[in-house]
Every structure is written in structure tokens, then in C-alpha cells.
Ligand binder design. Sequence first.
Ligand code: PSU
Ligand code: MN
Length: 300
Amino acid sequence: MPSHSEPVRQALHAGGAVVALESTIIAHGLPRSRNLAVARELEAAVRAAGAVPATIAVLDGDPRIGLDEDGLERIASTDMAKLSVRDLPLATARGADGATTVAATAHLAAHAGIRVFATGGLGGVHRGARESWDESADLLALARTPITVVAAGVKSILDVGATLERLETLGVSVAGWRTSRFPGFYLTDGGFDLDWRVDGADEVAAAMAAADALGVEGALVVANPVDAAQQLDPSEHERVLAEGLERARAAGVTGKAVTPFLLDHLHRATEGRSLEVNIAVARSNASVAGAIAAAWAARS
Ligand code: PSU
Ligand code: MN
């Protein structure tokens, strides 16, 4: 069923370092003007850190673990469905195309034997979830998928405190990468303390080995903040976010359209400043994930 690109197949066969990358950020999270270049940059960042990138998407009903140049171009330039875990059976059976979210990418990666995954920011509990019940399927997928995910926290468009509570309930391990504060995606500090901090890739690999030894099956989130010098101005962030939330409400945007709508609003309203931060966090996460994958491969 799933098919592997040749470099990924070889690396998995040899027990080498592999990092999964998601495709929804490319297809739905970034504008067409930049997304293909970023997809290539994220792969390059993984390679530079000593690992093989496996960008994951469904093409012609085939879950692809690792894309060639042609596949990257397709997810960047054609209209793609946004696939979460629940969509995978239907999309696959129908022979459809689709970009995979954190949830679907984590699932397919773990199923293929990949232990490390890099994204921008995780999905989580949306603001107003008490009425809308909108909580990303990313959370449940992390609860049941043994994978290490490097992310700049959860997207700040969400209710960050509620998301941290849910991660706790769901048994998802969370550690700050060289910080004990939970990052806020566009912001270095998301406003919450973390119980655990890790300072290097070996330490993360040791925690992964311990999870295996103890039969702890959920994900480990390594929360990697954007450099303070690169973050979005917090007051601009607050202003454009409030505006975006109001517009989403007025336009009646619901379901899986909410996240792309808000990200797009932020990118426009900040004249691309939020886009640069989004790209910087994704790049940094890819490079940290590459180092963790290399440390993990060296252990096993
Ligand atoms: N991180 C980004 N940009 C994105 C996303 C994450 O920097 O576009 C995507 C991820 O694919 C994540 C999804 O899984 O947003 C969450 O969508 P939802 O809230 O509908 O579950
Ligand atoms: Mn949702």
C-alpha cells in the first residue's frame, strides 16, 4: 500500500536517520508563491542535519513516504484535499490526492517505521471550542502514535492553555527544546511553563528509548521556540489575530477550513511578516528533528 521513495526505503532498510515532513503546511498553510521553495528548504534542512527527509502525502490513492521532485511540485501547485487520519481510508480507496495533516502524517510515518517528524505548529483546541467542539485530530493522533514531533508549540490561533491540558489528559509527553517555556508558534514564549526541558538530541533519543522500554505509546512533543529576534511583534500578533478570528466568525468558516483561513489572514494582515516566522520555525524544526533522528539512529 504505502510506497517509499528510494532514499527513504534505503535509509529505513539500513536503520539510518529519517525525518517525516507533513504536506498540509505546503498545500494549505503557505501561499503558492513560496510553498514549493519551502518544501525543498525543509528537506534540505533535514539533510544538512544528517537525516533523510520523507515528505508524506497521498497521490493517486497511494500514501507516499518520501516524495520526488514531481510529487513536491504536485502538492505545492495543485488543489489538494486536506487529509486527517480518518480521511486516509476513503482517499486511498478512491485513488484521490491529498496533503496530510500532522495527525495523518504522524500515523503514516509511524506505520512506516519512522520515529521522528518535523512540522511548524501542532493543531489543538480552538478558541471557542466550548461551543464549536473544534479540537484538532492532531491531539488524538499524538496520543496513540509512538513518534517524536518537533514543533514550535501549537499554533497561536488556538487556545494554548486548553491544548496543554488536553495533551496532559491524552498522555502526550512534552519537553521544551533548550527552554522550559512552551513556545507560541509566532511568538517565542506561549505563556505557559513546561515540566520538562531537553538540551540536546542525545537526551531526546534517550527519552525515546525509555518510552519503548516502558511501553509508553503516545508521542513525545519537542517544543522548539522561534529565536526571540525572529518572532512576530507580540502586539501586532494580538491585533491581527483578533481581527482574523472575527472575520472567520463573520464569514461562517468552520471545520478544517478554520486553520488555513486564519493562517492566510495573518500572512496578509502582517504583510508577510507572519509568513517569514512560519517558515523560520518550520526550517528550525526540520533541522532539530534531523539531529534527533541522527542521534536515534546512532543508538539503535
Ligand atoms: N503548522 C503550520 N502550518 C499548517 C499546519 C501546521 O505551520 O498549515 C497544519 C498541520 O497540518 C496541522 C493542521 O495538522 O494545520 C491542523 O489543522 P486542524 O486545526 O484543522 O486540525
Ligand atoms: Mn478542526
